[in-house]
Design a protein around this ligand. Structure first.
Ligand SMILES: [Zn+2]
Ligand SMILES: [Zn+2]
Length: 331
């Protein structure tokens, strides 16, 4: 499908600054109509150019290489691939470019071509597929803590180490633990993109995709559930760790997490992606399309992923509707 302007026939796109559909050709607002192709999309609905070069295995929205129109592939946003939730773009293309300038404009490692107009204008907004998992968890932790007492008597110094059994039980419900469902997107980068403000999740509407690229999920929620469990287990371990204090040392003996999946919802989250080619290699930079957080691998420190800039949400894990920590039986 394509969204066209009723006034001038141009391709209307979702404008993050205005928060509505906009025609870049005549500045018409909310003047769009949805035009649907008759069969599986192989050519542009605006100019007829072939699209096979820009449609990959998982592509759900793309840009015509000939006329620049944004096309959404019906069969990849419908049926089993219908997204349940979406966070529409909040950061515009110009704002994303500004943020890259702010982070890298004055850095020594930055090659001069990195932020050149020609290069940086190739930045594209992409809706990355995610699954959002809801889990009920019951956890049981056992550890050993030590307390050390030293004193001096005469010419001797005495040290007494006492050992304590530490036991914690934690019941917690996790809502919307995000796991990216794209093979192309680097998991580490996507994890660093977080947090999004999940309160801004909306019911999916196709028009939010107009003006952006997109992918359907590459793997299903069953395949990706183990990554959600890993994330919430890490969160549980850190919560339990925070509840233990007053010991010289603490060592974990066991942590059993019984995680029951309640729900998995397919969602699209907004990311600006800038691919910078330098010295025969591609370096990928991402700007969170909602919060503006910048993540990327620099040409200098190869392989290492950096997150730049603070997010406005601080360190929120996910929305947890219920937490019950039992300080059970510790001696
Ligand atoms: Zn128009
Ligand atoms: Zn076209």
């Amino acid at each position: 499908m394509i969204f066209k302007c009723k006034n001038c026939g141009g391709n209307t796109i979702y404008d993050p600054d205005k928060g509505t559909m906009c025609c870049p050709h005549c500045d018409g607002l909310d003047s769009e109509e949805k035009v649907t192709g008759t069969e599986t999309m192989k050519s542009c609905l605006s100019c007829g150019a072939p699209l096979d070069e820009v449609i990959g295995e998982h592509t759900s929205a793309t840009r015509c290489p000939n006329c620049g129109s944004y096309i959404i592939l019906d069969e990849r946003v419908q049926g089993a691939y219908t997204p349940k939730l979406i966070i529409p773009f909040k950061v515009s293309k110009n704002k994303a470019i500004d943020l890259l300038h702010k982070e890298f404009g004055r850095r020594v490692f930055t090659p001069s071509s990195f932020l050149s107009r020609a290069s940086v204008s190739k930045i594209e907004g992409t809706y990355v597929p995610f699954f959002m998992y809801d889990y009920n968890t019951d956890s049981d932790y056992h550890g050993t803590g030590t307390k050390v007492r030293t004193w001096r008597s005469g010419q001797y110094e005495y040290t007494e180490t006492s050992y304590f059994d530490i036991h914690r039980e934690l019941e917690a419900d996790f809502d919307k633990v995000p796991v990216d469902a794209s093979d192309y997107m680097d998991d580490q980068c996507m994890d660093l993109m977080e947090p999004y403000d999940y309160a801004a999740l909306e019911g999916f509407m196709e028009k939010y995709m107009s003006g952006y690229l997109g992918e359907k999920y590459n793997r299903d929620e069953e395949e990706l559930a183990s990554r959600a469990v890993k994330k919430l287990t890490d969160a549980i371990e850190s919560m339990i760790g925070d509840s233990i204090s007053g010991y010289a040392t603490v060592s974990k003996k066991s942590l059993n997490v019984d995680a029951k999946k309640k729900l998995a919802q397919f969602a699209l989250l907004p990311v600006w992606e800038y691919v910078f080619s330098y010295g025969g290699e591609d370096y990928r930079f991402f700007v969170n399309g909602q919060t503006g957080k910048v993540v990327g691998r620099t040409p200098v420190a190869k392989g290492k992923v950096f997150a730049y800039g603070a997010t406005v949400f601080g360190v929120i894990f996910w929305i947890m509707s219920m937490i019950r920590l039992l300080l059970a039986a510790f001696v």
